[in-house]
Design a protein around this ligand. Sequence first.
Ligand code: XMP
Length: 314
Amino acid sequence: MEAAMDYKRFIEDQIAYIKKTVGQGKAINALSGGVDSSAVTVLAHRAIGDQLKTVFVDNSLMREGEPERVVRIFAEMGITVELVDAREEFLSALKGLTDPEAKRRAVTDTFYSNIFSRIVKESNAQFLFQGTILTDIEETMAGIKRQHNILAQLGIDPEKSYGYSVLEPLKTLRKDDVREVSKLLSLPAEITERIPFPGPALATRIVGEVTPERLEIVQAATAIVEEELADSGAFQYLAVLLSDRATGIRNNKREFGQIIVVRCVESVDARTATATELSWDKLERLCERITQIKGVNHCLYDLTPKPPATIEYI
Ligand code: XMP
């Protein structure tokens, strides 16, 4: 049996290593508010303080109030996070796109090729911190995840430019280890116990075109689902906006309205999943609140396991 990991020791060792490696240099990292990038931010900040610049890119696809919430959580820990407003750039990259892969690519490319590469280059940093964990490396090697050579994605050629080094302090840890480390780093439960949230954010929960109006609907539905299911103990829960519409009736008038799907699943590692057996009362309450969102007149609960479905909708 493997010996239990000494997380305190891990933190001390990483801080010492980061201090020694960065020296008097400058470093930068992008924080998403997920547990991995949050842990890296605190570790690196403990090691090198204000030599680290942390940015949070607002891509307009986050949950309601998420950018401000993340900035506040870190401010409370004495860490300044620079909020970069890139909403317009992401929305214009997504405009007119309906194909799932094209939408995912637009979000990733806008982040790496346009926004983050510009920020990194302008920062004059020599070090780039990444929240890569062991599972990311394994999945990349197994061909499940796309190879994420961060410098290549930023359009920086490591051969030609000697200016950048990538540091990945969590690369020997798995998710549960990162949660333990995060608790020791005093990250609050709203970060360490967060349910999974995909990189392309709410773009994965809008079938069809992503527009500001459609984002607003899915954000409102997400807030309701997260509030109602917070104590469900489920692995993940989310709201999806379909591209179809359905007829409904409101104030004695027929309206051709929006359809929201609620998804709530049990899973260990997201590779397979089954729908959570929610109580009928809970389902009715979800349905009642969701159909109060302007323009939404149908609400469905998805019973499909993964496979054949995936958890997200695109
Ligand atoms: P699917 O939809 O493939 O999702 O069943 C499995 C798990 O992964 C999350 N997910 C992502 N996470 N970047 C991420 O960091 C992504 O592009 C991405 N797509 C899906 C999803 O929320 C679920 O937990």
